[in-house]
Design a protein around this ligand. Structure first.
Ligand code: PRP
Ligand code: URA
Length: 209
């Protein structure tokens, strides 16, 4: 089974409270999602491979460490995943970005795929699939299905708020995928929304509805 980690650093908890607040408008919501994504990227990148390189300091030749390649791709699930891309790119600026477009039918809660555009070397990259919300888990499972169908194997899923129901569904469908979230909430409500949650992440990010 892949790793399941709640990244509950005090800065992240504080910022998450800001975006949960219904009085935070689009500007603040967007800025703070970006900041949380950057902080999460710091933790998630902890196990990136490094290699030794010889350099010369002003004092002497020395063998030091550098990242072993520019091997990360960020895959936002449209739309709301877009809000997390820039924050991660601040720490991993050479990452490529692929997109998987899904929307959740509001009646059935089933996801529908409408767009997939990926870097052509995803099979050799560490993929970070990002979406603020892991609710029923349907969207995450379908997005990762789409990546695996195209040969990807090295996948981490990163969200801000997860429901226990979604974590279980994702772990069962893709036990090889590590899951990182800033918070594990109580449950889904009767409409498939996470409670306490933060509402509809896509709408709050883009100011729709
Ligand atoms: C939201 C969210 C996830 C999905 C989570 O997207 O951003 O993609 O719902 O729900 P699930 O775990 O039950 O599948 P939505 O379908 O509302 O689309 P949007 O990002 O375009 O607003
Ligand atoms: N999608 C959202 O944006 N919010 C939820 O609470 C559930 C799904």
């Amino acid at each position: 089974m892949g790793k399941f980690q709640v990244i509950d650093h005090p800065l992240i908890q504080h910022k998450l409270t800001i975006i949960r607040d219904k009085n935070s408008g689009t500007k603040v919501f967007r800025e703070v999602v970006d900041e949380i994504a950057m902080l999460m990227a710091y933790e998630i990148s902890r196990d990136l491979p490094v290699e030794e390189v010889e350099i010369e300091t002003p004092m002497m030749k020395s063998v030091q460490k550098q990242l072993a390649g520019k091997k990360v791709a960020i895959i936002p699930i449209l739309r709301a995943g877009l809000g997390m891309v820039d924050g991660i790119l601040q720490l991993i600026p050479a990452a490529k970005v692929g997109h998987v477009g899904l929307y959740r039918d509001e009646e059935t809660l089933e996801p529908h795929e409408y767009f997939v555009k990926l870097p052509d070397d995803i099979t050799s990259r560490q993929l970070l699939v990002v979406d603020p919300m892991l609710a029923t888990g349907g969207s995450a499972v379908m997005a990762i299905d789409a990546l695996k169908k195209r040969g990807a194997s090295n996948i981490k899923f990163v969200c801000l708020v997860a429901a226990p129901e979604g974590v279980k569904v994702l772990q069962e469908a893709h036990p090889d995928v590590d899951i990182y979230t800033a918070a594990l909430d109580d449950r889904l409500n009767e409409n498939g929304y996470i409670v306490p949650g933060l509402g509809d992440a896509g709408d709050r990010l883009f100011g729709t509805k």
